[in-house]
Design a protein around this ligand. Structure first.
Ligand SMILES: [Zn+2]
Length: 538
């Protein structure tokens, strides 16, 4: 017998064997048991989420002589005939394969004849958005007055491309991406069915790479099993062309330490191993994103990223020594690689350039980077002072002590003028308190807010500025529901009606003044002679 691809072997034959899509399945089961079948359905969702499988199950279920809880029995004449896929009663049209005008025209001819065997004639039109305008027109005529024995099931990955006239005539079902752990569960069954073995990590790597599509996941597994029956992480990485996790940890650590020579050596190692710069840049972005999430929502990390508890801990551990600003900046560089690679004649140089930018933190001239730098230096100084006090660093260079001593009186010299709210909090503290409240009540909003920066308050309106390249958050946070929730937290913390506003990166303020202020602060802290301000090297 010829080899049958895993995704065909594991295509579900009834609702009970479907993975995920619980809401869709429950509604369809209910319609079948109560006999309230619509005459046109629209199944929307990304590839491999079960649209076509569901359409086929549906076609059998509504024709089944003894359906059980909405599932086709698989035993009756009708079920057997339809499982053999030789019936004239279920027609599959792939709109992507041709323009479909002829097929739709044929459909209009055949649609009036009753089914040969079962109760319903079912037309499944896959990728329906690919139909030409005239084919849509022809289809619409049929959808307007369908004979009682006909059911249409239209499937599409891009419902926004469908004319409103079609949308309004169909009952719509949205198929969500399948969660990685559910995909991994099915992969486990498939591996065992193929008499193979696999580690949990290998399977969850495949599941994550498939991005919610079961068909892609099973195809990747198929490729792995084509090499060897023991599916290991190394094998999956080879098949996917991605990098070792420990390699990514070492690479980002080198970036954090601004260790350019290690970084360059690691890129060289990758290129010699024949890795794609684009794939690696994506891997690094993913890793940085995981670190960013580890930094902003460490407690939910395992469930957010579908990780084991140990893996989540590794990310949290690495993120501990990095600041959010720094991570965002590095992520920005690596995400730009993707765009730049499109025009680049030497992909390797683009990748190296991004890595070097991460290493040369001192050339970052924007205030956020300076702020970050100050925060880190202050922490280092504090650590060092502590060690000096305890006599741990006996022979520390005298230079290190000086700025530490200078930075202490600075705080007493220039106390910040504070605006107090009715609750007695300064506006800065009000912001912090509101964040604390949100952290408990709405961690999603809280995480978004921590990625950007607090941009000040003029009386009662608190402003927040999006991080570079993430202006998408502005729209999200300015939506009424979110904005009101944040305003409510602020109002509570301030004791007076307060408002919230999200601004795009760079805000509406001129950055130069605050930048000058930062430089002044730096000079005050470290002494003018020790401060060198460089323009960013373009
Ligand atoms: Zn049956």
């Amino acid at each position: 017998m010829a080899y049958q691809a895993l995704y065909r072997q594991w295509r579900p034959t009834d609702f009970s064997s479907m993975v995920a899509q619980e809401a869709v399945v429950a509604t369809l089961r209910n319609q079948i048991t109560t006999g309230r079948i619509a005459h046109a359905y629209l199944f929307c969702g990304s590839r491999g989420t079960g649209k076509t499988s569901t359409a086929k199950i549906m076609a059998r279920a509504i024709n089944c002589e003894h359906p059980s809880n909405g599932d086709p029995c698989g035993q009756c004449e009708s079920c057997k005939r339809l499982l053999g896929e030789e019936s004239m009663d279920v027609m599959e049209i792939d709109a992507a394969s041709n323009n479909g005008v002829d097929e739709i025209r044929d459909l209009r001819e055949t649609v009036k004849y009753p089914p040969q065997h079962g109760k319903f004639k079912v037309y499944i039109i896959d990728e329906v958005h690919m139909l030409s305008a005239s084919a849509f027109h022809a289809l619409l005529k049929t959808l307007e007055e369908p004979p009682g024995h006909v059911v249409f099931i239209l499937a599409t990955t891009e419902p926004q491309k469908l004319p409103a006239t079609i949308l309004s005539r169909c009952q719509r079902f949205d198929f969500g991406r399948i969660p990685a752990h559910q995909i991994a569960g099915r992969l486990r069954q498939a591996v065992e069915g193929a008499n193979g073995t696999a580690t949990d990590t290998a399977l969850s790597m495949i599941a994550r790479a498939a991005e919610g599509g079961m068909r892609d996941a099973l195809s990747i597994l198929d490729m792995c099993l084509g090499y060897q029956s023991d599916v290991t992480e190394a094998l999956v990485r080879n098949v996917l062309g991605t990098s070792d996790r420990s390699f990514l940890f070492r690479f980002t650590e080198a970036l954090e330490w601004e260790d350019a020579s290690t970084v360059m050596a690691m890129i060289d190692e990758l290129m010699r191993a024949g890795r794609e710069p684009m794939v690696f840049a994506k891997d690094v972005s993913q890793h940085l994103r995981a670190l960013l999430m580890a930094k902003t929502c460490p407690d939910d990390l395992a469930s957010l990223l579908d990780l084991t508890a140990e893996a989540a801990e590794e990310y949290v551990g690495q993120a501990e020594n990095m600041t959010v600003t720094r991570l965002m900046k590095m992520m920005e560089y690596f995400m730009n690689v993707e765009t730049e690679l499109r025009w680049a004649s030497s992909p390797r140089i683009v990748l190296e350039n991004a890595a070097l930018k991460c290493c040369l933190r001192t050339v970052e001239a924007d205030t956020a980077a300076l702020n970050d730098r100050i925060a880190q230096l202050e922490k280092q100084l504090a650590d060092l002072t502590e060690k000096l006090k305890n006599g741990v660093v006996a022979a520390a260079p005298a230079k290190a002590e000086k700025p530490a001593a200078k930075s202490a009186p600075k705080k007493e010299e220039a106390p910040k003028p504070k605006v107090l709210t009715p609750t007695g909090r300064s506006t800065d503290d009000t912001w912090k308190e509101a964040l604390n409240v949100l952290k408990k009540s709405d961690s999603g909003t809280y995480s978004m807010l921590t990625m950007g920066r607090y941009a000040g308050c003029d009386g009662t309106t608190y402003r927040w500025e999006a991080p570079m390249g993430m202006d998408i958050y502005v729209g999200v946070l300015n939506k009424d529901a979110k904005r009101n929730a944040i305003a409510a937290a602020l109002t509570e913390a301030a004791g007076v009606e307060s408002k919230f506003e999200a601004l795009p990166a760079g805000g509406q303020k001129q950055n130069d003044d605050s930048e000058a202020a930062f430089v002044a602060q730096l000079e005050q802290t470290f002494g003018k002679a020790n401060t060198l301000v460089q323009e960013e090297v373009k």
